[in-house]
Design a protein around this ligand. Structure first.
Ligand SMILES: *Cc1c(COP(=O)(O)O)cnc(C)c1O
Length: 426
């Protein structure tokens, strides 16, 4: 038997022994498609759908009373979902709140900590981070009347894929006030050594936060134990909250007494919010960093999605995710490397998240060919195909199908049938 045949056999055996397989049917698989894009938008789940429909019924039945009588009361939805989320990132319940969105939460948190007049005007980020984060940090620096060209330090990548913790730490100088780094890099899938970076930042008096958009729901974090000052993430990727579902923010409890940088009435001490005082008294919890009314329907779907994680546990999810990606990487190395494919993701488990970056000169056209065949990956320029087999709903057999398709598309030059110009949303 040739290698691919044996590999398929192994996939079937792994699927038969998979303890998470019971969750597969809790999601809507798109007929005829193999979905490998859960790191961009997780699949719709039946639990999310059910919770959303319940909330619609509550609106019909309760009207305004849903704010106190909904399940959970809509008024406390941010805090309730924060408490459901907290175990997945290793935080205490009051340290996490559902609110806003990724980039808004970045603003809410960094504006709380960045105070250039105190003599530390620089912010450390990196040149591989998601562009929105860089736009946001630049605008924060400008709001303080300063120049991002001077004050925003972007740590360079040595290979265009990954970051060296040594290089990041070397940029932690005494004029740096805040550092913001990705948990998992969105393109290569590298997972940074968070405890080491936190120790180094704190030794130098720097506040450090992480954008966990690509790790939340895939990689277990230990934000409290690691002493991370702040973090934020979205819920529509690995957490399967649905398109445009709300973000989360985490704030270490030692910072609860600080004044929120972007205050709003949903951050008021809950019991007194409706006294409508003009003096702002923020809740001494992550909830104090909420700005306005939560998106109740989006939050409802997310509540359903988080229930699945409460049942499955984040550790088994991580274990299977690593096995799926190990298996895929092995197929790329053995079968696809001779066709010009390489793996851009670090190999060590401790250094990677939930997706694999497959690189190829013809990445865009290969992606188009995969889509034509009913396989859903995504493309990140200039030459990365991201493959995200998701532990809760993907199988080893599907991973095998993807590897087989990647092989055939190049062998038969099928990709040459597609345009070289990338689409607007990829
Ligand atoms: C997806 C993602 C975002 C998206 O930001 P939104 O405000 O939710 O649109 C931000 N940062 C990273 C690293 C991401 O992966």
């Amino acid at each position: 038997m040739d290698f691919m045949k044996k590999a398929r056999q192994r996939a079937l055996e792994k699927d038969a022994a998979d303890s998470l397989v019971r969750f597969r049917d809790r999601f809507y698989h798109i007929p005829g498609k193999i979905y490998m894009d859960g790191n961009s938008l997780g699949l719709a789940g039946k639990d999310a759908e059910g919770a959303l429909l319940e909330t619609l019924e509550e609106w019909k039945r309760l009207g305004i009373d849903g704010w106190l009588e909904g399940n959970p009361p809509w008024f406390r939805m941010g805090e309730t979902l924060g408490a459901m989320m907290a175990p997945l990132v290793g935080a205490e319940a009051p340290e996490v709140v559902m609110t806003g969105g990724t980039t808004i939460n970045l603003h809410a948190l960094t504006s709380t900590f960045y105070n250039p007049r105190e003599g530390r005007p620089k912010i450390v980020a990196d040149e591989l981070n998601f562009p929105s984060d860089i736009y946001a940090l630049s605008s924060l620096i400008q709001l303080h009347g300063r120049d991002p060209k001077e004050d925003l330090i972007l740590v360079k990548s040595r290979d265009g894929r990954t970051l060296h913790e040594d290089d990041i730490i070397a940029s932690f100088k005494e004029d740096v006030g805040v550092a913001l780094l990705p948990g998992v890099l969105y393109r290569s899938g590298q997972l940074l050594d968070i405890p080491r970076l936190v120790r180094a930042a704190h030794e130098r008096g720097i506040i450090i936060g992480f954008d966990c958009a690509h790790s939340a729901g895939s990689v277990p974090h230990h934000l409290s134990d690691d002493g991370v000052d702040f973090a934020f993430w979205c819920s529509y990727k690995h957490l399967n909250g649905g398109p445009g579902s709300p973000g989360f923010l985490y704030l270490n409890k030692k910072h609860f007494s600080r004044s929120p940088g972007l205050a709003g009435w949903f951050g008021y001490v809950k019991e007194k919010q409706f006294q409508m005082n003009l003096d702002f008294e923020h809740s001494r919890s992550a909830g104090g960093w909420q700005i306005g009314t939560p998106s109740v329907f989006s939050g409802a779907a997310l509540k359903g999605a988080l229930k699945v994680f409460a049942e499955a546990g984040i550790e088994p999810v991580r274990e299977k995710s690593l096995e799926l990606t190990d298996y895929f990487i092995e197929l790329v190395d053995k079968e696809l490397a001779p066709l010009g494919y390489t793996v851009g993701t670090p190999r060590e488990h401790s250094r990677r998240g939930g997706h694999v970056a497959v690189e190829h000169e013809e990445a865009w056209r290969i992606c188009s060919a995969l889509k034509k065949r009913g396989i859903v990956p995504d493309f990140r320029p200039p030459r990365v195909i991201r493959i995200a087999p998701v532990a809760l709903y993907n199988s080893y057999e599907e991973v095998w199908e993807v590897a087989k398709a990647l092989k055939e598309i190049v062998l038969s030059r099928e990709y040459e049938n597609f345009s070289k110009t990338p689409a607007a949303v990829s």
